[in-house]
Ligand binder design. Structure first.
Ligand code: SF4
Ligand code: SF4
Length: 357
């Protein structure tokens, strides 16, 4: 729908006007103590209060922007006397400054939350959100997005902003993004500026790389399935914290709990992010045994079985469903793993050394 430009000088006034009009969620520096001593700066998508807090030069964020549509904890419904009512806590928002790998991840969750059974808690908030992507000005330490989903271009967003020298080029893809033009001093972008923006986006590369194609990885991982010993070795230091899942933009498993109020006739149903790397994720009830005691079975009882499952989901099972890998190479799992074993680049390269033809 068109390319526009705005000078760096006028850009903060545009952002402040957006904040004035709507809630804006955007990358900002987190001031709390970093959990990983190897990095001095941590960023988070959070409610923007003023333009000067916006950090479009972020490398990546601790949690992915999926939390806007799929929060870590969310009340789904309330119930009383056998009656229930859906709880939809919705708000119009602009999600600003999303990197291309996270746009791809949102595209995947858009599909997964509306495939077969629509999840209205996700889709309703998604519809109320205007997504503006931004170019990657610097790559995160563990990122490998250049190696992932090579044939897929993000298309789920409304607009995209690229910084070139002292100008921002704003690509408008939908009416939602077009509606924002009136809040800033935009002019039409020249063909030369558009070409520079395209070049700038092509220039950016991730820090790590995989040396295998998606098909090769899929085949190699499938072959490694029976080699549980290898997977146990890879997961030897895992202490099942689940951080590699909860920091992942494409993980979407959740657990549901019903909580009763003290009146014992009313309560709430809440969902929480879940993690297939935790010990109890695959533990199921078998009902009472012969002695009457509750019986359970865990069909992924070891760290190796769970790590194998996590990688199979990303590179094999969901690949079949989505037509592309369910990993966008953001590197958050590697950064968040204090045992330093979750990096898919290291895991895949180790498996492929043994199982690549
Ligand atoms: S691989 Fe790392 S982040 Fe993932 S569950 Fe194990 S220790 Fe936690
Ligand atoms: S598996 Fe790791 S690198 Fe891949 S999308 Fe998830 S967090 Fe990012």
């Amino acid at each position: 729908m068109g390319f526009y430009c705005i000078s760096s000088k006028n850009f903060p006034a545009f952002i402040d006007e957006l904040i004035h009009q709507q809630s804006v969620i955007a990358p900002q520096l987190v001031q709390s103590k970093p959990y990983n001593p190897s990095s001095s700066e941590f960023f988070s998508f959070s409610l923007l209060k003023k333009a000067s807090n916006l950090r479009l030069d972020y490398d990546t964020t601790i949690l992915p922007p999926k939390k806007v549509f799929f929060p870590p904890q969310q009340v789904l419904l309330s119930f009383k006397n056998g009656e229930f009512q859906a709880v939809l806590d919705l708000y119009e928002t602009i999600l600003f400054g999303v990197h291309p790998y996270d746009l791809l991840a949102i595209e995947q969750t858009d599909f997964l939350f509306s495939d077969k059974y629509e999840d209205i808690h996700y889709t309703a908030q998604r519809q109320l959100t205007t997504i503006i992507g931004s170019n990657i000005q610097r790559s995160a330490e563990h990122s490998f997005f250049s190696s992932m989903n090579a044939n897929v271009k993000p298309s789920t967003h409304d607009g995209f902003i690229t910084k070139i020298a002292d100008t921002y080029i704003y690509e408008v893809l939908t009416g939602k993004a077009g509606n924002l033009l009136k809040y800033g001093q935009f002019t039409d972008a020249s063909q030369q500026q558009i070409d520079l923006a395209v070049k700038e986006n092509e220039r950016v590369k991730s820090k790590s790389h995989l040396n295998y194609s998606a098909d090769e990885i899929k085949q190699g991982l499938e072959k490694s399935y029976a080699d549980l010993e290898l997977w146990e070795q890879l997961a030897k230091s895992c202490y099942a914290c689940g951080s590699c899942n909860t920091s992942c933009p494409t993980c979407y498993c959740f657990n549901i709990e019903d909580k009763w109020h003290i009146d014992q006739i009313s309560g709430e149903r809440t969902r929480y992010w879940d993690s297939c790397m935790t010990e109890d994720f695959a533990k199921i009830s078998l009902g009472p045994g012969k002695s009457g005691e509750a019986q359970t079975e865990n069909f992924r009882p070891t760290t190796g079985a769970r790590m194998r499952h996590r990688l199979m989901r990303k590179m094999v099972y969901l690949n079949d469903k989505l037509g592309t890998q369910a990993c966008v190479g953001c590197g958050r799992c590697a950064t968040s793993c204090t045992a330093d074993i979750a990096d898919p680049v290291n895991i895949i390269n180790t498996v492929m050394e043994k199982y690549h033809d």
